[in-house]
Each structure stands twice: as C-alpha cells, then as structure tokens.
Design a protein around this ligand. Structure first.
Ligand code: NAP
Ligand code: GDD
Length: 334
C-alpha cells in the first residue's frame, strides 16, 4: 500500500484529495497545524480512515520529524495562506508560509524522503498581469499580490530542487477551483452562500468588489485528480490545470441568483472595501499539456459548478428545517 502525505488537510483541496487517494487504496497521512479551535469539518466524514498528524510549514523540525516517521511515497504540499486579499494585509506571514514554507518542505523531503514524489500547489495567480491569453506553462509570470509573489518563489524552488537534486518534484499551476467546501471569503462561495441567505430571508444584500474580474473557474474534485496524475507520470514536470473558459464575477452572480429565480441586480452592491491594491483582471488557462500527457480533463462545467454550490448552501438551510421566503427552490430541491 502506498503512503501519501498531505499538508493542508483542513482546507478545500486537502479534503477532496484525501478522499480521492483513500478511494485509490492509499494510506493517507494528513498534516494539520496546532489550533486552539481546530476545524475538522471538511474531512470529518473520512477522519477515521486518515492518519492525522501535527506540524506547521513555519516549523522546519516538525516537517523533518513527520517525513522521517512516515517515509511517504508521495507528498502533496497544499498548505498555504491562500487568500489573495489577506496577503496584502499580512504580506510577511504570507511570504513565510506560502513562499518559504515550500522551501522548508523541499528541504525536509531532500533530507528525509528523497525518493518521494513531491507535488507543489502553484497557482494561476503567478500569471497576474498576463503576458498572453490563454496562459500556459511557458507564459512568463507577473504576480500582482504578495500571495502571487510567494507562489512564484515556491514554484521556482520546486523547479530548482528537481534540477539540482534530481528529485521528482512537480509544480501544478492550477487555475481557480471551487466547491461547496470552498472558504466563505472567496468570491464564488461568498456569492453562493449569500444567494441562499437572501432566498431564506436572512439578509437583503450582497456586497462585492470588482464585478468585472474574470476567472477560469473549475470544480476542485476534478483538479485533485490532476494532482495525483502528475505524480504517476514517468517524469516530473509542471502542468497547467484549467477549464479553458473564463467568466466574470458578474456572470457568476447572474447564474447563481437566476438558479433561485432572482435577479442579481436587485441584491448586489459594490463596496470598494473589497477592491485590491492591484487586481488580476483576466485568467484563462490552456491545459492541453495536462490533457495530452496525463489524460486529464475536467468534468464539471461552469453552470454545473455554480448550481452545485448554490444547491449545497440551500440544502444546508433546508436540513435545519428553514424555508425560503424569496424566489423559488430549484426543481431538485423542492
Ligand atoms: P485553503 O482552503 O485555504 O487551505 C489552506 C490549508 O493550508 C488549510 O488547511 C490551512 O490550515 C493550511 N495552512 C495554512 N497555514 C499553514 C501552516 N503555517 N502550516 C500548515 N498548514 C497551514 O486552500 P485550498 O483552496 O484548499 O488550496 C490548496 C492549495 O492550492 C493552496 O496552496 C492554494 O494556495 C493553492 N491553490 C488553490 C487554488 C484554488 O482555486 N483553490 C488555485 C491554485 C492554487 P488552517 O485550517 O489551520 O488555516
Ligand atoms: N474574495 C472576494 N470577495 N473576491 C471578490 C469580491 C469579494 O467580495 N468581489 C470581487 N472579487 C473578485 C476579486 O477581486 C478577484 O478578482 C476575483 O473576484 C476572485 O477572487 P477570489 O475568489 O478571492 O480568488 P482569487 O482569484 O483572488 O484567488 C483564488 O484563486 C487563485 C488561483 O488563481 C485563491 O484560491 C488562490 O489561493 C488561488 O491561487
């Protein structure tokens, strides 16, 4: 039985990846950091099948100790301070975790598990003020936030360890991927949760920032399959994962509100407090390398993703016995 080691298990991707690897028969060792109020809700349904351990990307010794103890075959470094907006307020912390944290992981792998295959969670935010559209593996980076800068550092650290030490280290350049388990501060989940809250009469308004920003949004469950495929290939490399379509925040709102029979223009207001000091205006990925080399293709389309997220936030309220007061429930939920 192969052992996989995942950092970031409490996050969105950690839970989907752990599910996927358990289904493939892996022993999954999952790292979380110490917290006074640990949140295990995203993986509670599989917790009894995981080996949970404690470590922190800020603490080199904890990473060394865990890799020496578990000697994993595959290592997925998903942990990060991943919220772009917060990275403008906490640039040093973001650099420490999201940037230098990758170097700490790579050093731990080099010294304690050099034969392990390593996956680094890189990001389309590295493209930032894009040089070309669509963006692919060869597109130059121009990050627009402390988060993006830290991810570029982590990306090149991964490439450098592959070239310097012949380590099997891959960087997955993933475009935005979402799900009902997405954090509430990210725009897609903020919208889906507010659509449900508005339908149930809990609030009357959704305050957002830049409605014209465009993203290439896919489903997280599809993207974790791609992470695993990268580590199964004969050689280590870097891959873009994306859907190849791009939509605006406004379009996300339009579909999400329409799904419950409402018009987004009646509820959405713009509040400049959600603007960023520098914005990434457009992301659109070309994942043909992942398709041709790994056989990876996403299955859930944009409309399906929006409806899945809104349905989940509606269901959460329905199971609590609440009833909607506005709009109409989608057919499957009536
Ligand atoms: P997420 O939900 O924000 O999860 C981040 C995880 O990192 C959480 O488990 C968090 O733990 C953990 N973490 C934060 N600081 C840590 C530290 N010092 N030590 C150990 N763990 C720490 O992010 P996600 O959406 O699942 O994304 C997974 C990875 O992919 C991230 O690296 C993200 O930057 C990258 N990525 C995401 C996307 C996307 O669209 N989702 C796209 C490209 C790249 P706590 O719960 O304790 O905070
Ligand atoms: N969060 C948020 N909240 N974003 C808003 C809002 C709002 O109220 N209003 C408009 N937006 C716009 C942001 O300005 C941005 O252009 C876009 O919506 C998406 O924002 P987020 O959902 O916060 O995601 P992100 O694209 O900045 O970053 C996510 O994707 C990256 C991959 O491209 C994160 O998951 C990163 O960790 C990931 O690397």
């Amino acid at each position: 039985m192969k052992t996989a080691f995942i950092t970031g298990i409490t996050g969105q991707d950690g839970s989907y990846l752990a599910e996927h690897l358990l289904n493939l028969g892996y022993k999954v060792v999952a790292m979380m950091r110490r917290s006074a109020t640990p949140d295990t809700s995203r993986f509670a349904h599989i917790e009894d099948r995981l080996t949970i351990c404690h470590g922190d990307l800020l603490d080199q010794s904890s990473l060394m100790r865990l890799l020496a103890e578990y000697k994993p075959d595959e290592i997925y470094n998903l942990a990060a301070q991943s919220f772009v907006h917060a990275s403008f307020h906490e640039p040093i912390h973001t650099s420490e975790v999201t940037g230098l944290g990758v170097m700490r992981m790579l050093e731990a792998v080099r010294l304690q598990a050099p034969e392990a295959r390593f996956y680094q969670a890189s990001s389309s935010e590295m493209f930032g003020d894009v040089f070309e559209t669509p963006q692919r593996e060869t597109t130059p980076f121009h990050p627009r936030s402390p988060y993006g800068v830290a991810k570029v550092y982590g990306h090149f650290a991964t490439v450098n360890y592959r070239e310097s030490y012949d380590m099997f280290a891959c960087s997955g350049i993933l475009f935005n991927h979402e799900s009902p388990r997405r954090g509430l501060e990210f725009v897609t989940r903020k919208i889906s949760d507010h659509v449900a809250a508005i339908a149930f009469g809990e609030t009357n308004q959704l305050a957002l920032g830049n409605l014209d920003a465009r993203r290439d949004w896919g489903f997280a469950g599809d993207y974790v399959r791609g992470m695993h495929l990268m580590l199964q290939h004969a050689t280590a490399d870097d891959y873009v994962l994306s859907t190849g379509t791009t939509q605006s925040v406004r379009e996300f709102c339009r579909i999400a509100f329409a799904h419950v029979g409402l018009n987004y223009e009646d509820y959405v207001v713009v509040n400049p407090k959600f603007f960023r000091p520098a914005e990434v205006e457009l992301l659109l990925g070309d994942s043909s390398k992942a398709k041709n080399v790994l056989g990876w293709v996403p299955e859930i389309d944009f409309q399906g993703l929006v409806e899945m997220m809104v349905d989940a936030d509606l269901k959460r309220r329905l199971v609590m016995g609440n009833r909607p007061t506005r709009g109409s429930l989608p057919e499957g939920l009536v």
